[in-house]
Design a protein around this ligand. Structure first.
Ligand SMILES: C[S@@+](CC[C@H](N)C(=O)[O-])C[C@H]1O[C@@H](n2cnc3c(N)ncnc32)[C@H](O)[C@@H]1O
Length: 212
């Protein structure tokens, strides 16, 4: 991403937080209620999720490539009661050992990473067998005309929204991957956020015991 895009995103994203919270706060709360044990938050951003981390999380690792956003997340993390660390890094190369995590959480991030399948493979690598991937993402519509529109809008949107793509079928990728066993998948339409045609999906998946 060009420097101006990075700086613009660091300025604009915190300003969208109230709208995001109104629209998706309750979904975040539900998502986090299932988090347990050693937990990794990939694409932590400014740490909006940290308000929802339950006491069942015993240790938290925050990962994000953006130093400015991560600094805000660090400031928010100081209120947490469990041990935590924030690492500047990418989802495509998570800075933790194989099978070391009980939970991996991704919120509105698989839309923005360069290689979402690589990030999902990394989540699988770092989770212990039976560990949970909890994802709250906006995804491609199931309606062909909406999907086409999302594709067209993405051409402009990704340049001003931190690389975010409106047209990724993230939930379909997870559900179609034999490495994950999907426990729950819920789609909701959210038209009130500043994006058009947002289909928020919550996916709770368990890491299978077989290697991928
Ligand atoms: C739309 S923001 C969401 C932030 C946060 N999860 C939330 O819900 O508020 C997308 C985040 O993904 C991060 N990101 C972009 N590319 C990434 C990558 N390759 N690996 C991990 N995070 C990435 C961005 O820096 C940004 O913080």
């Amino acid at each position: 991403m060009a420097l101006w895009q990075d700086r613009w995103f660091a300025w604009i994203y915190p300003r969208t937080e109230p709208a995001l919270e109104r629209e998706l706060g309750s979904l975040r709360r539900e998502l986090w209620a299932a988090a347990r044990g050693r937990t990794l938050l990939v694409g932590a951003g400014t740490g909006l999720d940290l308000a929802y981390v339950p006491a069942s999380v015993t240790e938290l690792t925050l990962v994000d490539p953006h130093p400015g956003l991560l600094a805000t997340a660090r400031a928010r993390a100081r209120r947490l009661s469990m041990p935590w660390r924030a690492v500047q890094g990418r989802g495509e190369a998570l800075p933790v050992d194989d099978a070391s995590q009980d939970t991996v959480v991704a919120t509105l991030v698989l839309c923005s990473v360069e290689d979402p399948r690589r990030v999902l493979a990394e989540a699988h690598r770092v989770l212990r067998p039976g560990g949970a991937l909890l994802a709250l993402e906006h995804v491609a519509s199931e309606r062909p005309w909406e999907r086409r529109l999302q594709g067209v809008l993405t051409g402009l949107w990704r340049h001003v929204a931190g690389g975010c793509r409106l047209d990724r079928p993230t939930d379909v990728w997870i559900a179609g991957d034999p490495g994950w066993s999907v426990k729950r998948r819920r789609r909701e339409r959210h038209l009130g956020v500043p994006w058009v045609l947002v289909h928020a999906v919550r996916v709770d998946a368990e890491r299978g015991h077989a290697d991928r």
